[in-house]
Design a binder for this molecule. Structure first.
Ligand code: PTJ
Length: 249
């Protein structure tokens, strides 16, 4: 492991890379997860590596949606476990929501490793091993899911999505909350609520909002969810990035 001095201007970013690298060596993250992480880093640079106002608002509405849901499920993959295992377990507990491992590059070994890792970090129950149901119209392995988990969920939180599953989940009548640093991705444009933020910041922020809003009346929360305009939010993100870039040089 490389020793990174705290004084390094890119300390957090380098530490995060190191985490992803170690998790790949442990068989948690797929090799292509490193590439996905690099793309995320590039987009994080564009927003200034902090939670921008549109993301904060999306995190608040995501928290409301999760509180109002009847069977909310948080879908996790290798990168998410590598970067935010403890935080995602806490979020699942306070909503409360189910946790399910769902992988694009599915192998029984990785599913087992990820479930074990989440349990080691404190999760009580993790879905994903049985794969006794299938998301319709998806031809790859991400269609395999649990009947009691993603399959029967009304709301699914998908941090770091890979594309067409978002559409398939919506076609099944589910509400989808995506966390994706790339505001141009198909996932970002298809989800009901898109959080353009790093999972490292987004997950604790959603937890913060769940704690703040948990005792609000359901009607207030539902109204907040109903009035959410995801396209407007994406336009705001695009305008934030353009303004930021134009002001830099
Ligand atoms: O663990 P598996 O087998 O399910 O595989 C997971 C990966 C990530 C390899 C798979 O889902 C994949 O290939 O994803 P994509 O299509 O590369 O998309 C990942 C998206 O997540 C990209 O749009 C990135 O910008 C974004 N992203 C990467 N890192 C982060 C992120 N968004 C938020 N926070 C991050 N830390």
């Amino acid at each position: 492991m490389v020793e990174i001095p705290k004084s390094h201007p890119r300390y957090l970013s380098l530490k995060t890379r190191e985490k992803i690298k170690q998790a790949m060596k442990k068989g948690l993250v797929h090799e292509t997860g490193l590439i996905a992480h690099g793309r995320g880093e590039a987009f994080d640079y564009l927003i200034g590596e902090k939670t921008i106002p549109s993301a904060e608002e999306a995190e608040k509405v995501a928290a409301s949606t999760l509180i109002c849901a009847e069977n909310p499920v948080i879908s996790v993959n290798g990168n998410v476990v590598a970067l935010t295992a403890k935080e995602i377990i806490e979020l699942a507990e306070i909503i409360p929501a189910k946790l399910e491992v769902n992988l694009f590059h599915r192998s029984e070994k990785r599913i087992e490793n990820l479930i074990l890792e989440l349990k080691k970090q404190g999760a009580k129950k993790v879905y994903g091993a049985s794969a006794n149901a299938q998301i319709s119209s998806l031809e790859h392995n991400r269609s395999l899911c649990d009947k009691e988990g993603i399959y029967s969920a009304d709301v699914v939180l998908v941090p770091l999505e890979d594309g067409d599953r978002c559409e398939a989940l919506k076609a099944m009548g589910k509400s989808v909350i995506a966390i994706d640093l790339n505001p141009l991705s198909r996932t970002a444009r298809t989800a009901d609520i898109t959080i353009v933020d790093n999972v490292i910041r987004a997950i604790p922020n959603i937890s913060k909002w769940v704690k703040k809003l948990k005792n609000e009346d359901i009607e207030t929360l539902n109204n907040m969810v109903k009035s959410w305009n995801n396209n407007k939010m994406l336009r705001d993100v695009s305008s934030f990035i353009s303004k930021r870039l134009n002001s830099l040089f």
